[in-house]
Design a protein around this ligand. Structure first.
Ligand code: SF4
Length: 193
């Protein structure tokens, strides 16, 4: 989808329907805080690029999300980095989205950060409440929490996918999630069937 088929105005709905927890968590924080710190902007921005948000649409998306910033501040502090991620500034490398391994073993989020992997970086209590808030049944919450305690974060994410796509029956069974964009594409594919 590198051609840029996703519009800034589509993002809310696409995230709600198809994004893994790491991305929906950052999206929710962005909407709540009208801001997202650097680690989140990198992880989420490159994910959005990979689902097909062009640089023009990315600039619209982030500009409108950061409602409390003046145009001047936005241009100075953020627009360069967005263009940079698309290979339009600096070394002109077009960066690719992070895979799960990089997210899970990378710099952990500190207070105020929202990047990372919820299965790896949330406290057990917050992860459990998050799973319940996604209307996951107790049996599955326990199963997922056990996987997390055994440090099988990507398997936990895969089970989360399968449980939240159970309306598709056997088709909801997928290969272990290695990449957030793999999760997203698998979810979109099911919705099209
Ligand atoms: Fe995101 Fe990967 Fe963690 Fe799933 S396992 S929440 S896709 S980083």
């Amino acid at each position: 989808a590198a051609g840029g088929t996703v519009r800034a105005s589509d993002v809310d709905q696409l995230i709600r329907q198809h994004a893994p927890l790491c991305m929906s968590n950052m999206h929710a924080s962005l909407r709540a805080d009208k801001h997202l710190r650097h680690g989140g902007r990198m992880q989420y921005g490159l994910f959005l690029k990979a689902i097909g948000l062009s640089v023009e649409e990315a600039l619209i998306f982030w500009r409108t999300a950061f409602t409390n910033h003046t145009d001047d501040k936005f241009q100075k502090e953020y627009s360069y980095n967005i263009r940079h991620n698309y290979g339009l500034e600096g070394k002109r490398v077009s960066y690719s989205a992070y895979n799960c391994m990089k997210i899970i073993s990378g710099n952990p989020p500190s207070t105020g950060d929202h990047h990372g992997c919820p299965f790896r970086h949330f406290s057990q209590g917050s992860l459990e409440s998050k799973l319940y808030s996604e209307r996951i049944g107790t049996v599955y919450v326990n199963e997922i929490m056990n996987l997390v305690r055994d440090r099988h974060y990507q398997v936990a994410c895969t089970r989360f996918f399968e449980v939240t796509h159970s309306q598709y029956g056997e088709n909801s069974k997928i290969d272990t999630i290695e990449h957030p964009n793999q999760y997203y594409e698998a979810s979109k594919r099911l919705a099209k069937e």
